[in-house]
Design a protein around this ligand. Structure first.
Ligand code: HEC
Ligand code: HEC
Ligand code: HEC
Ligand code: HEC
Ligand code: HEC
Ligand code: HEC
Ligand code: HEC
Ligand code: HEC
Length: 422
């Protein structure tokens, strides 16, 4: 299939959409009564209303009976990478030709900033690209917002998590990939990274054998405190109800951000610096999740919603918490502690979420803090364990949103024991 004819096919598709739109007015009623069209229309409508979950399981459900019907509105990498054995670069170009447009001036860097082109699909999906579906073939909606003859807007490619573009909406999705970022290999080399002079930075830091400080300078390059309270008097993101009492309400400065684009990674991992993985080696950093880890989350979507003011990023981070849903980075003494007191980056594996659990013993800190040798010394963990012993219905709510209603795991009394033995 030559590129030229691909293009002409497209304008055909475009024309045929236009014809269909006109045709609709005339034969709309008749067509919509045909069963083949009704299901397709229904599928299309659902997709517009629902936030799009990209998990293949969603697809499987509706097609349990008879021959499974493929949902061409939900692209799955597992089908294409595992089954069809396609390499990432069979579809994703690097850099895409728009890289200088999406970020301007000094901020611009060679990036994958656009969806794959039609030519990456047509060899296998001619039938779907020319399917008689309205208002447009289902397959278009993986990349395009609507596709009408007048509106061929595409979503913002999701790697542009740091770019705002009022003309292109972002699509909600659950990534099929986990990010592979070996922290232990980076702690010493990532310092104050600047895009202007990345290569000299790499060589300088690479030869330096300085042991990292107790509190590594590198962490804030990629993780910042979100919505910090700073010197403001307002503790909360959303004003709590008047009758709150001592119930939990989310405060500012609770969460830390994580990278949402290639901006930091490609400072070093680029063609010039030649630090592998190269930016075109997508699959080294993005690894298809082999098994969906059903970890328990210390999170409750219902109670969370009114506390975050529809902030999707907050909700996403909160819903990933697996140790302590109420922990606030900006709270009390926390900002004065080294990140490494609580996050053991040497054993963290970002593709295995279990390894990211923050151990309860880190709540003891050097001075005891929340864990003390005896309850009389005032440790909140001691107090809550005592309460739980007296009344199994007791909710441990200092550190937890939902976990506090279960029995305390062995790690909790153990952490008190370890304080007793000096
Ligand atoms: C058959 C073509 C094709 C291949 C091969 C392919 N992709 Fe994609 N990729 C797409 C399309 C189309 C989208 C946009 C639709 C979507 O988001 O699922 C996409 C979106 C993505 C996204 C954002 C969505 C998400 O789930 O996180 C990432 C990341 C990604 N691709 C990485 C990769 C990597 C890594 C590989 C190789 C292991 C790869 N892709 C191989 C076509 C492909
Ligand atoms: C080498 C052939 C091949 C290429 C190239 C290819 N696909 Fe597919 N695709 C398949 C196969 C095989 C299936 C399984 C269902 C079927 O047989 O149609 C599939 C299924 C799909 C589905 C249904 C959901 C899923 O992923 O299982 C979508 C959507 C899809 N492809 C979109 C695309 C898009 C968009 C591109 C281009 C970026 C593309 N495909 C490129 C072979 C291919
Ligand atoms: C895998 C993602 C993907 C899918 C699926 C897809 N497109 Fe596109 N489409 C693109 C990209 C990327 C461009 C821009 C190509 C370029 O700039 O060279 C584009 C451009 C177009 C254009 C030209 C618009 C312009 O402003 O120049 C039309 C028309 C179009 N697509 C229609 C469709 C239709 C109709 C379908 C479904 C049958 C479809 N596309 C499916 C990614 C996709
Ligand atoms: C160059 C960027 C970079 C630096 C520097 C960095 N990280 Fe990360 N960190 C990441 C990425 C990427 C992830 C994976 C995020 C994801 O899965 O989406 C991550 C994940 C994490 C997580 C788990 C987040 C979660 O969602 O549960 C913690 C905790 C963390 N990092 C702590 C640290 C600490 C502590 C330091 C300093 C020693 C540090 N990071 C330095 C990029 C970085
Ligand atoms: C006193 C302990 C403590 C300290 C110090 C600490 N963290 Fe955390 N951090 C936590 C806990 C607890 C969580 C929640 C983990 C969970 O439930 O999955 C967390 C979560 C995170 C996350 C995931 C996003 C989020 O907010 O849930 C990142 C990223 C992170 N920390 C980075 C850092 C960095 C960078 C530092 C140093 C500047 C730091 N942390 C200092 C205890 C700490
Ligand atoms: C300051 C420069 C720098 C930045 C920024 C950086 N890296 Fe690296 N990265 C390196 C170097 C140097 C190595 C080689 C380390 C080694 O082999 O021990 C490396 C290695 C890697 C490896 C391969 C590790 C292995 O086991 O071979 C991965 C994956 C990786 N980086 C991902 C990332 C991601 C993801 C980001 C952004 C969140 C990032 N890097 C940001 C310098 C950097
Ligand atoms: C050096 C590591 C690295 C390489 C190489 C890399 N990425 Fe990424 N990518 C990241 C990190 C880190 C993020 C931000 C974390 C996040 O959004 O979850 C990201 C985010 C994305 C996103 C946003 C959606 C998502 O899943 O979160 C897309 C899409 C994406 N990358 C596609 C690609 C494609 C396609 C390639 C190959 C051309 C590629 N990346 C190469 C590290 C890398
Ligand atoms: C000072 C903070 C703190 C207090 C108080 C606290 N926890 Fe935890 N809890 C944690 C942390 C951190 C973790 C994750 C790591 C661990 O277990 O070491 C955790 C984990 C858990 C888990 C998940 C265990 C698992 O394996 O999935 C449960 C359930 C739990 N706590 C219940 C309780 C109960 C019940 C109480 C009251 C008796 C309580 N916690 C008091 C900090 C606390």
């Amino acid at each position: 299939m030559k590129l030229r004819s691909v293009d002409s096919h497209l304008s055909d598709v475009r024309k045929s959409i236009a014809i269909k739109m006109v045709g609709l007015v005339v034969i709309g009623l008749t067509v919509s009564l045909l069963p083949t069209f009704t299901w397709r229309t229904a599928a299309f409508d659902t997709r517009e209303v629902e936030p799009q979950s990209r998990r293949p399981s969603n697809r499987a459900k509706s097609s349990a009976s008879k021959k499974p019907r493929v949902d061409y509105s939900r692209f799955a990498h597992s089908t294409h990478v595992n089954q069809a054995q396609l390499k990432c670069d069979a579809c994703h170009l690097f850099p895409t030709k728009n890289w200088q447009e999406v970020r301007k001036g000094d901020a611009a860097f060679q990036d994958v900033a656009e969806f794959p082109e039609h030519s990456a699909c047509l060899n296998c999906h001619r039938a779907q690209f020319f399917a008689r579906e309205r208002p447009a073939p289902l397959i278009c909606s993986n990349c395009h917002v609507k596709v009408t003859p007048r509106d061929t807007t595409r979503f913002l490619f999701p790697s542009l998590g740091d770019v705002q573009d009022s003309t292109r909406p972002s699509r909600e999705f659950v990534s099929e990939f986990a990010i592979n970022f070996p922290h232990d290999k980076h702690v010493e080399i990532v310092g104050s990274v600047t895009r202007k002079n990345p290569s000299s930075f790499v060589s300088v830091s690479w030869t330096s054998s300085k042991v990292p400080d107790d509190a590594p300078k590198s962490c804030p390059v990629c993780h910042q405190t979100l919505q910090p309270q700073g010197t403001s008097d307002e503790e909360y993101i959303v004003t709590p109800p008047k009758d709150l009492g001592d119930k939990f309400w989310l405060k500012k400065g609770t969460f830390k951000s994580s990278p949402r684009s290639h901006t930091v990674c490609f400072t070093c991992h680029n063609k010039e610096a030649e630090v592998p993985p190269l930016p075109s080696d997508c699959g080294v950093c993005h690894q298809l999740e082999k098994t969906v880890q059903n970890l328990k989350r210390d999170f409750d979507p219902k109670s969370a919603a009114p506390m975050v003011a529809a902030n999707k990023i907050d909700l996403e981070i909160w819903s990933r918490r697996i140790s302590s849903g109420t922990f606030r980075h900006e709270g009390g003494e926390h900002p004065n502690l080294s990140c490494l007191n609580c996050h053991n980056v040497a054993t963290m594996n970002t593709t295995d979420k279990k390894s990211l659990v923050v151990a309860v013993k880190s709540c003891g800190g050097a001075e005891g803090c929340h864990i003390t040798a005896t309850s009389d010394d005032g440790g909140i963990l001691n107090f809550e364990i005592d309460q739980k012993k007296e009344n199994s219905e007791f909710m441990c709510s200092k550190c937890h949103v939902t976990f506090g209603s279960s029995p305390a795991p062995a790690t909790h009394p153990q952490s008190i024991q370890s304080i007793k033995k000096p």
